[in-house]
Design a binder for this molecule. Structure first.
Ligand code: 5GP
Ligand code: ZN
Length: 147
């Protein structure tokens, strides 16, 4: 599953829509379509790797640098109180999209967010509304520190 068969490769190629936050030579960040929490976003390598096991460590390091940038921006934009980073490898670990990605999950008091949240729907459908996603994306984008 690569190229047109992989939804994240399609997003990288601008062949599928997303609320993009940030893009550099090797990584991409965008809003999750079914947010587990408001502000939930994803960071991926632009190259297709199914899991971390197939990835050179330098490629994962580049994803990590973008994750740090996006986590800072989410924290600055939304002041959630806490933030979890989650990265699943294999169905057993909860991976549903076979293109490496790191979840950036704002955490709020009493959110009771389980790490095996339902990937097929938003915890709160209002958070998945495209206009709301676009508005939250703009708030986060404005806080990304470029260096
Ligand atoms: P996983 O279950 O593999 O850890 O996470 C996959 C994530 O990708 C889920 O949170 C799911 O909502 C998100 N996702 C799946 N398809 C799409 C899509 O087409 N666009 C976006 N923006 N997110 C997606
Ligand atoms: Zn892919």
């Amino acid at each position: 599953m690569i190229g047109p068969d992989c939804i994240f490769c399609r997003i990288v190629a601008n062949a599928a829509e997303c609320h993009e936050l940030y893009r550099d030579e090797t990584t991409l960040a965008f809003m999750d379509i079914h947010p587990a929490n408001e502000g939930h976003c994803l960071v991926i390598p632009r190259a297709h790797f199914q899991t971390v096991f197939e990835m050179p460590s330098e490629a994962f390091a580049a994803v990590g640098a973008t994750v740090a940038k996006i986590a800072q921006a989410v924290n600055a934009a939304l002041s959630p109180g806490g933030l979890s980073l989650v990265q699943a490898n294999g169905a057993l670990a909860g991976q549903t999209v076979p293109h490496v990605h790191v979840h950036v999950l704002p955490r709020r008091e009493g959110d009771n967010l389980a790490l095996n949240w339902d990937r097929l729907r938003a915890a709160d459908p209002a958070h998945a509304d495209p206009e709301r996603l676009a508005a939250v994306a703009a708030t986060i984008r404005a806080k990304i520190v470029l260096f």
